[in-house]
Design a protein around this ligand. Structure first.
Ligand code: ADP
Ligand code: MG
Length: 337
């Protein structure tokens, strides 16, 4: 939890340095704790307070639908459906449709049915422990995104499986809030949903937003900064939500559906930059699971994806399209994927 406060403060500092240059429209900002995350919403608009009220309300509504721990959420209804069809909201249907698209695109590196493993390790309950091999093996039998289907607003999940949308919910929320604010005429806003940043337009003075990517070894510092306009920047890392066993061995919250254990394939941080928050969120988790070699290969095969990868050997790789907008910190050197 301490780490998340540091992330929050770090991003806040980076954002504050941007605010001093505001011109014209007044700045309004709101701190929100939702989806188990500290968020800061910043909007430049005459109607800022009203817009922030609406944005916060929307966030809480989405949280109520997507939460895996709340008994009255739509995800819980799906998890308790015992194989029967469940009617869901447009948001949940849209989110699950996107999840299934990215699950297929990444060959199951992203898989919402991995939830029973996430829970077994303790990440949604707080009772952290290393499960026994037999337990992992039996839980893995029901992990397969093909067991989930969405037809318009009807969802069917094969009996015995459970899902969780933690890997994409914040990306979806950021993208949806940005859409709402744009519709209301906002041309400058920065929505920071923990490791998910969604920018509307540019800073009020017309210059690009600057978003810092944390150094996984030293999360109080940045490994690089990215200049963006109208983009989402989403990071998945292993340095935020984790626990350690009695030998100091670290276990984190991104699970490899191949073996049910925290994904440990050479990467400690993956950032994806793009127009769609939900795509960036899905891909940042999936590339993290793939690991260094597969993630690099995936980026080469999908040149529309812009990403920054940091491996466990302190090496940083980025896609060609980011070349002019990335600034590496002095203790990092990087190479193009
Ligand atoms: P964060 O929530 O910290 O921003 P991510 O977007 O990478 O990080 O999502 C991690 C969350 O997604 C986990 O807390 C868990 O709920 C879920 N999850 C873990 N592994 C997977 C996976 N392989 N596929 C889909 N969801 C996953
Ligand atoms: Mg994600």
């Amino acid at each position: 939890m301490k780490r998340r406060v540091i992330t929050f403060l770090l991003t806040l500092v980076l954002c504050l340095s941007g605010c001093s240059q505001q011109q014209g429209q007044p700045e309004h900002h709101r701190d929100v704790f939702a989806m188990d995350t500290y968020m800061v919403l910043k909007v430049y608009s005459e109607n800022g307070e009203r817009l922030l009220d609406e944005a916060e309300q929307e966030l809480r509504m989405l949280e109520g639908r997507f939460s895996v721990t709340r008994p009255d959420s739509e995800i819980t209804a799906i998890n308790r459906s015992a194989g029967k069809p469940v009617k869901v909201s447009e948001d949940t249907a849209a989110l699950l449709t996107e999840v299934l698209y990215y699950a297929a695109l990444t060959d199951g590196a992203l898989d919402p049915t991995v939830y029973p493993l996430v829970r077994e390790w303790g990440f949604t309950t707080g009772s952290y422990h290393v499960p026994e091999q037999g337990k992992l093996h039996s839980l893995l039998q029901k992990v397969d995104y093909h067991r989930l289907s969405v037809q318009e607003q009807t969802v069917v999940l094969t009996d015995g499986s459970m899902i969780d949308v933690g890997a994409v919910a914040k990306g979806y929320a950021g993208e949806k809030l940005a859409g709402l604010l744009r519709q209301k005429g906002v041309t400058s806003a920065l929505l920071n949903l923990g490791g998910n940043v969604q920018a509307i337009g540019s800073k009020p003075d017309g210059s690009a937003w600057t978003v810092g990517i944390q150094d996984p070894e030293n999360p109080e510092e940045t490994s690089c900064t990215l200049r963006i306009r109208d983009r989402a920047v989403v990071t998945s890392g292993n340095y935020e939500r984790f626990f350690e066993d009695e030998n100091g061995c670290r276990y984190w919250h991104i699970i490899d559906p191949a073996d049910g254990c925290p994904a440990d394939n050479g990467l400690c941080s993956v950032t994806v930059v793009g127009e769609s928050g939900v795509a960036c969120d899905a891909l940042s988790t999936a590339l993290f699971v793939m690991g260094t070699d597969r993630a690099k290969e995936f980026c080469r095969q999908h040149p529309e994806i812009e990403a920054v990868l940091i491996d466990t050997e302190h090496r940083l790789y980025y896609t060609k399209g980011l070349k002019d907008d990335i600034l590496l910190s002095e203790h990092y050197s990087g190479s193009v994927i």
